[in-house]
Structures are given as structure tokens and as C-alpha cells.
Design a protein around this ligand. Structure first.
Ligand code: C5P
Length: 236
């Protein structure tokens, strides 16, 4: 948790190359934002990009969304743990057994480990598709809350969900169970391809612990000013 115990703003580094990523980070002279490295950058650049960004002093959320048999996920988490990141994630759909195995793999010999967060249902999945294609008969909110409870039972720290689901997750799992929420937009901005969005200011009171913000910062004319505005609205 950050200085005032309210979480933090995480910038999604959705860039295709290391150079673009470093050019972007070089703009930040006075602060070291918490950043998210996703599949695109990690698969293109390999683990060295994680080490490089860590060495520059940033906290890192490694967003690789693991989902496989328990033993494979456990061993993969062991590898990620050695990268010294601050937060990693997996799919809650892998079952409680898989999440427990992940936690074991992630825990270092000294007992320390990155935060482990579960994806419940992707925000790109509509309730209709979930019911028709995944054959989940329950509603979206009920499904997300049930997956969050599974993650909590496995000993995880929290879930990724839309800001609109943060309150139901807190109601199901308690205030100490963390929420990481993408889908953040400034009040005066376009939604891009996100459909369930919230402003940083509203996210503050909606039960969001960490907000993940990509394009509103990375594509802003002045990314540092946009980041500061986000921090001011969310943490201020
Ligand atoms: O640009 P934008 O603010 O929409 O970026 C949000 C980030 O959060 C992207 O990296 C996106 O992949 C990620 N994300 C999301 N919805 C999820 C999980 C991750 O938007 N359910």
C-alpha cells in the first residue's frame, strides 16, 4: 500500500517496444510511478525489460494472467517471484487448487512474495457471452463475487475487476480484500473501447484500491500532468 494506505495509480505500459517504453518513462523526473507490464511487452522483450524497469526504481505489476494446471502455474510463479516484481496475477477460473499452488510457488524462502491478484471475469466478457459460451448460468456480479471468494479462500490478496464491481467484491470478501481496477477515464475524456468506466475521483469512494490507467495517461499530450491529475483525483 502507498503512503496514505489507499493504494496507488498504476500506469499500464501498453507499448510495443522497449524504446517507446523507456522514452515514456524518461518523462517522469520527479516521481517513479507504479507501472503495469502486460503480455505484449513481456513476450516481445522477455524478462530483461522487467529487470531494467525495476532497476529504474519503479514498482511493477506483471500482468500475465496465468491459467494452467496447478503444478505448471506453481513453477511459473517461482520464476516470476525471482524477478522481484510487486504484483502478479492469474485467472481465478483455474480453481482454488491452482491458486493455492500459485501462492506456494510465489513465496520466497524468506517468506516474502509479490501480491497475488486473481482475474475474475474479463471486463471484455459480457454477461450474455459468459452464459451462452462459458455455460455459467449465474449473473455477472454473482459470478465475480463467487470467484473473488474462491481467490480469498486460496489466500490471495485481491482481484482484478471493473470499478463498478469493486463494491460487490468488498461486500462479499470484506474491506481488506483488495481490488485492482482498470476502466478508468477522466470526466472530460473519451471511453475508447472500455464500456464500464469510472473517474479516478469516483473510484476513490467505490472501493478501488489500485486503479490501472493506460491511454488517459500514455496518450495524453502531457503524460506527466495526466498522471499527476490522476493521483490528485484518486488519492487527494
Ligand atoms: O488504456 P486503458 O486505460 O483502457 O488500459 C487499461 C489496461 O488494463 C490495459 O492494459 C488493459 O489490457 C488492462 N485490463 C483491462 N480490463 C481487464 C483487465 C486488464 O482493461 N479486465
Amino acid at each position: 500500500m502507498n503512503r496514505n494506505g489507499k493504494g496507488d495509480v498504476i500506469i499500464a505500459l501498453d507499448f510495443p517496444t522497449a524504446q517507446e517504453t523507456y522514452d515514456f518513462l524518461a518523462r517522469f523526473q520527479d516521481e517513479k510511478p507504479f507501472v503495469k507490464i502486460g503480455m505484449e511487452l513481456f513476450y516481445a522483450q522477455g524478462p530483461q525489460i522487467v529487470r531494467d524497469i525495476k532497476a529504474r526504481g519503479h514498482k511493477i505489476f506483471l500482468d500475465l494472467k496465468l491459467h494452467d494446471i496447478p503444478n505448471t502455474v506453481k513453477r511459473a510463479m517461482q520464476v516470476l517471484s525471482a524477478l522481484d516484481v510487486d504484483m502478479v496475477n492469474l485467472h481465478a477460473a483455474g480453481t482454488i487448487e491452482m491458486m493455492k499452488a500459485a501462492l506456494t510457488g510465489l513465496t520466497r524462502p524468506d517468506g516474502s512474495r509479490p501480491l497475488l491478484i486473481a482475474v475474475t471475469q474479463l471486463t471484455s466478457t459480457s454477461e450474455e457471452r459468459m452464459q451462452k459460451e462459458l455455460l455459467i448460468n449465474a449473473g455477472m456480479a454473482e459470478t465475480v463475487a463467487a470467484y473473488a471468494k474462491n481467490a480469498q479462500a486460496a489466500g490471495l490478496d485481491g482481484v482484478v475487476c471493473s470499478p463498478l464491481e469493486a463494491a460487490p467484491v468488498k461486500a462479499a470478501c470484506g474491506q481488506d480484500f483488495r481490488t485492482v481496477t482498470p476502466g478508468i477515464r477522466f470526466a472530460d475524456a473519451a471511453d475508447d473501447d472500455q464500456s464500464r468506466v469510472m473517474t479516478p475521483e469516483k473510484a476513490k469512494t467505490a472501493g478501488c484500491d489500485w486503479i490501472v490507467v493506460g491511454r488517459p495517461i500514455t496518450r495524453a499530450e502531457d503524460p506527466v500532468a495526466a498522471y499527476r491529475r490522476c493521483v490528485r483525483e484518486f488519492l487527494g
